[in-house]
Design a protein around this ligand. Structure first.
Ligand SMILES: [Zn+2]
Length: 95
């Protein structure tokens, strides 16, 4: 199953930003929570930025797409989010 289909099921077919029903998953957008800006990738690495836990499924609109984004400057929130992803990557590496 591709990531869009997986997220679609996890989110019960609802947009992660507005909560309204999504169109078929292939038409939805995978939005990054920590944005995929060059300095973010440099700071945290591509494995974190492109990890499935850093993605949410949204409508393919700017409002919903950017609505799930976490400001990289909200240090505490960002650190908790990054830690969750690092733990997931670590746990995956054990099996
Ligand atoms: Zn939406």
């Amino acid at each position: 199953m591709d990531l869009k289909s997986q997220k679609y099921l996890e989110q019960k077919g609802l947009c992660a930003h507005c909560g309204e029903p999504l169109p078929q998953s292939s038409l939805c957008h995978l939005s990054h929570i920590i944005p995929q800006r060059a300095w973010c990738k440099a700071k945290w690495g591509e494995d974190i930025i492109h990890h499935e836990l850093n993605m949410k499924l949204t409508h393919p609109t700017d409002i919903c797409n950017s609505g799930v984004q976490m400001s990289p400057n909200k240090t505490r929130l960002v650190e908790d989010h990054i830690k969750t992803i690092q733990d997931a990557i670590f746990n995956d590496s054990l099996y």
